[in-house]
Ligand binder design. Sequence first.
Ligand SMILES: [Zn+2]
Length: 95
Amino acid sequence: MTEWERQGETDCAQVVLRLFEYVDHEAADEDGRRIREHLDACGSCLREYERDLLLKELVKRACHREAAPETLRSQIMARISTIQVTTHVVREDPR
Ligand SMILES: [Zn+2]
């Protein structure tokens, strides 16, 4: 039983935490299916997903041009983590 099944639902925090993984692996497994369903229903997570896709594309292009500069990649990864943590906190507002 996965963490998600224990919680009984796919909430935004779970989706956002797994988005980058989802972008990377195209999500063929159960988690991916849940993420895709959630993205269909949740506009804010869909925007997160699109941003992650864009970032991934930027990393890919940068790697093509400059043979995978590790510093750039880790900088981008660090920024992604920061953005995700930030959006996370903002969404915690209970209403
Ligand atoms: Zn959501």
